[in-house]
Design a protein around this ligand. Structure first.
Ligand code: NAP
Length: 302
């Protein structure tokens, strides 16, 4: 069997076109556009590159985009004051504080200071609670699990009743995707098992998975023989395993590998996501969708 490759890059274009059409329609009917503020502290290259990509995407969709960059010497109080300022700003519907923050700043305090109705990353405890309750309570599912869910649904994989195994239990990927697929709702109703470093026999769980979602951050963790023939394999892992010279730019770039051996796994699975180009492109896309939804909730049209 050769798996269908779930191409996040292509789905991204499809979903961004849907978002753009809605932004244009709302602008025409209500005279407003979604407003997103990105707050970047310091100059960590990975954070700079993520924020740059978010700004670029927001601009391409016609959002109002406000960029706030502060040195890593900013105090916690100054950062909290900045968040409060944008909580009050009526033209801003989404607040994104790029993580991680410098060690002297309490990340939890900053996340908890964001107005939950502008928390488009979905990390505020109120939004975690809404996600757990499910149904119409859900406002902002965290972008990476939301992207995973969208990939599985749009690939046409049957989720209802599927034995689903999630490798990893982080608050940003493992736990939320497990909860999303577990909900009593259309596009969910899976039977979900979550495995982690204290799981006794990880292989036996993975082997019975119709849907296997791997978010551990360990290259090659899932062995090809752990994959059930025909399963849907979503590889969330992004591991830098070396560098190479880019053919396009001539510059040194990272070699990225997932948590699954793609070449071997694609001969067994029914569907599989590549790394890069699978889950990765979906995260920013879903952040944009959350920001659009934040505006729609404000307008009462969500
Ligand atoms: P994390 O916070 O480090 O959590 C990793 C989870 O995997 C933990 O629950 C850990 O178990 C489990 N784990 C680690 N090694 C394991 C092993 N050998 N056996 C079983 N379980 C193991 O990581 P994360 O933030 O969820 O990210 C996971 C991966 O996804 C990373 O490679 C990250 O770069 C990638 N990622 C990609 C995107 C994207 O594409 N947009 C977004 C987010 C993350 P314990 O809880 O027991 O320690």
């Amino acid at each position: 069997m050769t798996a269908k490759i779930i191409k996040g890059k292509e789905l991204r274009e499809e979903i961004l076109a849907e978002i753009k059409a809605e932004v244009d329609r709302i602008k025409e009917e209500h005279g407003v556009v979604p407003g997103l503020v990105t707050i970047l502290v310091g100059e960590d290259p990975a954070s700079v590159s993520y924020v740059t990509a978010k700004i670029k995407t927001a601009n391409s969709l016609g959002f109002k985009e406000v960029q706030v960059n502060r040195p890593d010497t900013i105090s916690e109080d100054e950062l909290l004051a900045l968040v409060k300022k944008y909580n009050k700003d009526k033209t801003i519907h989404g607040i994104l504080v790029q993580l991680p923050l410098p060690g002297h700043i309490d990340e939890k305090k900053v996340i908890n200071a964001i107005d939950p109705d502008k928390d488009v990353d979905g990390f505020h405890p109120v939004n975690t609670g809404r996600l757990v309750i499910g149904g119409s309570e859900v406002r902002f599912p965290p972008p990476t699990p939301a992207g995973i869910h969208e990939l599985i649904k749009r690939a046409g994989v049957k989720i209802e009743g599927a034995e689903t195994v999630v490798v990893g239990r982080s608050n940003i990927v493992g736990k939320p995707i497990a909860i999303m697929l577990l909900q009593k709702a259309e596009g969910a109703n899976a039977t979900v098992t979550v495995v982690h470093t204290r799981t006794r026999d990880m292989a036996s769980h993975c082997k019975r998975a119709d849907i296997l979602i791997v978010a551990a951050g360990v290259p090659g963790l899932v062995k090809p023989e752990w994959i059930k023939p025909g399963a849907c394999v979503i590889d969330v892992g992004v591991n830098r395993v070396g560098t190479k010279i880019s053919e396009k730019t001539g510059k040194e770039v990272a070699i990225l590998k997932g948590d699954v051996d793609f070449e071997a796994a694609k001969e067994i699975a029914g569907w599989i996501t590549p790394v890069p180009g699978g889950v990765g492109p979906m995260t920013i896309t879903m952040l944009m969708r959350n920001t659009l939804n934040a505006l729609k909730y404000k307008l009462g049209i969500a």
